[in-house]
Design a protein around this ligand. Structure first.
Ligand SMILES: Cc1cc2nc3c(=O)[nH]c(=O)nc-3n(C[C@H](O)[C@H](O)[C@H](O)COP(=O)(O)OP(=O)(O)OC[C@H]3O[C@@H](n4cnc5c(N)ncnc54)[C@H](O)[C@@H]3O)c2cc1C
Length: 294
């Protein structure tokens, strides 16, 4: 029986960036962008569910993000996750990877008792691929990146196949271990219609707070209790629930500031004929180096 915790992220649909996406303080105006489930995280969840199918155990999915990030947690429940946690607090906003991995590692310590941490190799917005390895470092556990498959789990060790340039590598790691997963590793299973019916009404604390806005007859504690009773409450971890150093979270804890984001549309420019000779190709490479393309 193994307990896997999966790090999932809601990301702006970067194929659809329009209008003003940056706020005055240099952070991304996520509310302005259509949001999607980072695909490699769905594959990471699929790998965790495969471990559960094969060896038994449970799967927990967690996300740090704004209130609407609970949308992807509901999708995790539809796919078969047993428990989900929203890590959400205004003080976490504007975090770079250092601050993000710090908060995630504190949430994982609070949840505790895990054998695997699964993450996507990369998120399509920040594109840094840093959060997985940074989280492993903060938890003091081994990590394997570019994971394609878990071959076996025996005697407290996992045998893992990972992608490398030009091939693959088989590595063995002592549990608990953090794995970052690549998109080709597995075909995500479809939502279970039974679980969609069961969890489509699931709500996080912020979702419930929104319900009470402008409705004096609705009390947050009563609502929370009611949703917990119906097993439809998405537990939410805030700065009150995690022993975090406030100088290491959010904008305060982020040495990296995103300066600017813009959509780059690659348009065809003037054409030039390259002689298919050693000299012609040589001149082309020089040009590409001069243009900092190489
Ligand atoms: C255009 C842009 C550029 C950026 N550049 C940088 C930069 O250079 N350096 C920097 O430090 N920050 C940068 N950021 C901020 C960065 O996006 C955030 O810190 C973000 O939370 C994590 O980094 P990432 O998106 O690169 O994720 P990655 O490191 O690529 O994510 C890898 C995996 O970690 C997990 N993960 C990541 N974020 C979360 C989360 N919030 N909740 C749960 N799991 C998560 C997911 O499994 C994900 O697949 C940038 C943001 C944007 C929009």
């Amino acid at each position: 029986m193994f307990h896997s915790i999966v790090l999932v992220k809601q990301v702006p649909d970067t194929t659809n960036i329009t209008g003003q996406v940056m706020k005055e303080d240099g952070t991304v105006n996520r509310a302005k962008l259509p949001a999607i489930f980072n695909f490699e995280d769905i594959v990471a969840l699929e790998l965790a569910l495969k471990v559960k199918d094969k060896f038994g155990g449970k799967v927990t999915a967690i996300t740090m993000g704004p209130p609407r990030a609970s949308d992807i947690l509901r999708e995790c429940l539809y796919m078969g996750a047993d428990t989900v946690y929203a890590i959400s607090d205004r003080k976490f906003a504007g975090a770079d990877t250092l601050a993000t991995s710090y908060v995630l590692s504190e949430a994982i310590k609070k949840i505790g008792d895990y054998d695997f941490i699964f993450a996507g190799r990369q998120a399509i917005d920040g594109d840094t691929a840093q959060v997985g390895p940074q989280t492993a470092e903060k938890l003091g556990i081994p990590q394997a990146t570019y994971v394609e498959e878990i071959l076996d789990i025996k005697d407290g060790k996992a045998k893992i196949r990972k992608k490398i340039d030009g091939g693959f590598e088989i590595v063995e790691a002592k549990l608990p271990v953090l794995l970052t997963v690549i998109k080709g590793a597995a075909e995500p299973r479809p939502f279970s219609s039974k679980k969609v019916m069961q969890y489509k009404g699931a709500k996080s604390l912020m979702d419930l707070e929104k319900l009470t806005e402008g409705n004096p007859l609705l009390y947050i504690d009563t609502l929370k209790h009611e949703y917990e009773e119906r097993n439809l409450f998405i537990p939410t971890l805030t700065t009150d629930d995690l022993p975090v150093d406030l100088t290491r979270i959010g904008i305060k804890g982020s040495p990296t500031k995103v300066y600017k984001i813009e959509s780059v549309v690659l348009a065809g420019g003037n054409q030039e004929r390259i002689e298919p000779t050693k000299k012609g190709i040589g001149e082309l490479i020089d040009k590409l180096i001069d243009d900092h393309i190489f």
